[in-house]
Write a protein that binds this ligand. Structure first.
Ligand code: ADP
Length: 379
């Protein structure tokens, strides 16, 4: 409990880690580029630096006992050096290097016989076109940039010839288009003692154009058998990766009834925000417990919950302004968390709200109401 904890990144996930760290009076320092970022004002110590820069990560890491992340795009070489110097680093840097690269991630699943869709690796768009010409690849397919994709950026779905014009010209993986029935996520945690606990699955419903999660529903509509398979997959996966802290596991339930792993993130995740308000332990507290090798908390869900991301309106960029916020605050059961980002952009995640109600139908109705009222625009 007296250990100095360092987190790379000071975005919204960092902010929520700070909120939860304060409950246990943990000593949290964060590093990121600007003291304007969401978590900077909340942490005990903020250090200005670039988490993708070797020297910055090294210098920051040397000031803490345990180092973790709230974003994957950090300098892994510096983490490896820090680990060699005796700093505890979670997630384990060599595993983070695998997870950061969707190609290596897929190869890991294949090697460990973890169910996932088939895939092929490509160098660039020309390479993909060549395979289409010689018949080794066929439309439809999904192209994903191997590195640095997030929130649907770096994912290109090719359903017809015309979609080929927008192929991503970067090293990528290509997967068959999965017949998705449901998209779910299970967040699981492991500590150094080997204790493993998983949160109940949540179901994601996507925005039709922005390719971002629109509603997140907990509990999901998986039946008992599917739920136990999803839980087991998540637990098997965190043991296979052998990482400490959280692992957010995104899965597809196919129309044929099979659960496939889509991708993982070794940190708190958008699909676990509701746990702040509807679970015995939040994902953020669980991450902190896990990286400190403390006993993991109960993952029991206390109430049905719907989470909505509060996104920047489509045609606004610039200093943020929240419209109708008082109207939203009048709705009972809506727990809003604004990230405090100074600038809005179309579809930027500016906050979220978790709606707790006696059942999911009522929670969804209130979520819809809050969503139609609140507008995040610029001044
Ligand atoms: P990101 O890292 O940007 O979140 P994902 O791999 O989660 O990328 O893909 C974003 C979304 O694209 C998924 O949530 C899903 O809706 C869709 N998608 C991804 N892979 C496939 C696939 N193989 N078949 C069909 N849809 C897919």
């Amino acid at each position: 409990m007296n250990k100095k904890i360092g987190i790379l990144g000071a975005g919204q996930l960092g902010k929520m880690l700070c909120l939860e760290a304060a409950r246990l009076d943990l000593d949290l320092a964060l590093m990121d580029k600007s003291s304007d970022y969401p978590a900077a004002k909340l942490c005990k110590r903020f250090v200005q630096g670039d988490f993708s820069n070797y020297e910055d990560v090294l210098n920051f890491g040397r000031t803490v006992d345990v180092l973790s992340i709230e974003i994957e795009s950090v300098n892994v070489e510096a983490l490896i050096q820090l680990q060699a110097e005796g700093i505890i680093v979670h997630p384990e840097p060599s595993k983070l290097a695998i997870i950061k690269d969707k190609g290596l991630q897929k190869e890991f699943y294949k090697k460990h016989q973890i169910p996932t869709s088939k895939f092929q690796l490509f160098d660039d768009a020309t390479h993909i076109r060549k395979s289409l010409n010689d018949g080794t690849l066929k439309i439809p397919f999904v192209q994903k940039a191997r590195r640095d994709g997030y929130d649907g950026r770096g994912v290109h779905i090719v359903r017809k010839e015309e979609d080929l014009a927008k192929l991503l010209d970067v090293p990528s993986i290509v997967e068959p288009l999965v017949n998705i029935e449901k998209e779910i996520a299970v967040i699981v945690a492991k500590n150094e003692s080997g204790e493993v606990k998983a949160f109940p699955s949540v179901e994601m419903e996507f925005h039709p154009t922005a390719n971002l999660v629109e509603y997140l529903v907990c509990p999901s509509s998986l039946d008992e058998m599917e739920e136990s398979i999803a839980q087991k997959l998540a637990r098997d996966l965190i043991r296979a990766f052998d990482v400490c802290g959280l692992l957010a596991v995104e899965m597809f339930l196919t129309k044929e009834g099979k659960l496939l792993i889509n991708e993982v993130a070794p940190r708190p995740h958008n699909s676990g925000h509701h746990t702040l308000d509807s679970s015995m332990t939040s994902q953020f507290e669980q991450h902190l417990r896990a990286i400190l090798n403390m006993p993991l908390g109960s993952c029991q869900n206390i109430a049905p919950a719907v989470m909505i991301n509060l996104l920047g309106e489509e045609n606004y960029s610039g200093p943020v302004k929240y419209k109708n916020i008082e109207e939203v605050l009048k709705i009972g059961g809506v727990k809003m968390l604004l990230y405090g980002k100074t600038e809005t952009r179309p579809f930027r995640k500016m906050g979220h709200a978790t709606i707790i109600a006696k059942d999911l139908a009522e929670a969804k109705k209130k979520a819809q109401e809050a969503k139609s009222l609140l507008k995040i625009i610029s001044t």
